[in-house]
Design a protein around this ligand. Sequence first.
Ligand SMILES: [Ca+2]
Ligand SMILES: [Ca+2]
Ligand SMILES: [Ca+2]
Length: 238
Amino acid sequence: MRSVFTMMLLLTTLGMLFVSQAQSNTPPRADFRFTPQNPDTNTLVTFDASSSRDPDGSIVKYEWDFNGDGKFDETKPVPTITRLFDRGGEWRINLRVTDNRGATGSISKIVKVTEAPVTVRRSLALPPGGIVTPGQTVRIIILLRINQTINGLGLDEDPPKGWMVKEVQNGGAILKKAELQWLWTQRFSQGQLVAVIYDLIVPTSVSASTFILKGLLTSFSPRLVASVVGESEIRVSR
Ligand SMILES: [Ca+2]
Ligand SMILES: [Ca+2]
Ligand SMILES: [Ca+2]
């Protein structure tokens, strides 16, 4: 009887020890910065939460809500992340950090995004797993959303050298095939959507590597020069 009592006392003491240890965990303090300060819809924004702190442990999880709806859109073990905003306006960004003992800290900030005259996005149709082999075809889709009246629109894509290009849809533009450059002579007005689609054929001679597509969107009026953002990586394996 006595030993049972001693055992219970011991367990209770141990339990209290655990509780007091759990209570002694200081929650982490969330903080982040973002660059650039005044992005538009064609600018990749980098969020950096490395100024978050946990005084008695470490931060193991960063959760981001990029549209202020209270639902986290991305979870990362590392403090940095990039994001594109599809629409102009004031976006509320919520960050929640979790420390190594499960305590959390949160912060929210506003990012003011300007709507670019044209919002441009590239997407790639890749096979499952995202890796292609020599000889395979990758379809590239570039969507332009016209946000205000615009003249003299041009799009220039730079695929890796030596890759064959097949035009699929030119969106009403004249394609200068040698430069892989689309030029529009017509005027566009707000709300119009334009799609440019082309195929790239991975050369059979290419070595396993990651290739990056680059592109530039320009217009005369209003004057605009913007990098084509969105998906750009083609990973080739043999
Ligand atoms: Ca802590
Ligand atoms: Ca969200
Ligand atoms: Ca080009």
